[in-house]
Design a protein around this ligand. Structure first.
Ligand SMILES: [Zn+2]
Length: 160
């Protein structure tokens, strides 16, 4: 049997998915994020919006906070973010503010994404920082995880 090795991108995205599962276990929309620097994960986060009762508890914001602490800097130069879902306006803004050079996205978010779906905050020539993006790494798994979560939510809603 041939064992197919995961690419480094897939390896980190898998860890982001593992973070998203933590959100799911809390009944939160499963979105997860990790930040890698020189081959090491220096920040992890998952959606805790309902649990923490704050709009700001998005996966990317949590991961950025931890990565900044690890780097001892507000700039995250040389870091790559891996996130299961296309970032919202707040998180895309934070990515630009943190000067993160590259973001790898699992699946796109047509209704709220700000890396090209609704607007593209990551590639604005007017800003002093542009972000390289890669879309679709383990995309099917990322999108299936969300679809199943919302399907289950609707099913539970009907039962009540
Ligand atoms: Zn967000």
């Amino acid at each position: 049997m041939v064992k197919i090795a995961l690419s480094p991108e897939e390896k980190y995205m898998k860890e982001a998915i593992r973070q998203a599962r933590k959100a799911e276990a809390l009944g939160e929309v499963p979105i997860g994020c990790v930040i890698e620097y020189e081959g090491k994960i220096i920040g992890r986060g998952y959606n805790r919006r309902m649990t923490d009762k704050t709009t700001l508890a998005h996966a990317e914001i949590a991961a950025i906070k931890k990565a900044c602490r690890a780097m001892g800097d507000w700039r995250l130069e040389g870091c790559t973010m891996y996130v299961t879902l296309e970032p919202c306006p707040m998180c895309a803004g934070a990515i630009v503010q943190a000067r993160i050079p590259k973001v790898v996205i699992g699946c796109m978010n047509p209704k709220a994404g700000c890396a090209g779906s609704v607007v593209d905050l990551l590639h604005q020539d007017g800003f002093n920082h542009q972000v390289e993006t890669e879309v679709g790494v383990m995309g099917e798994e990322c999108s299936r995880m969300l679809k199943e979560f919302f399907r289950e939510l609707r099913r539970k809603g009907k039962k009540k």
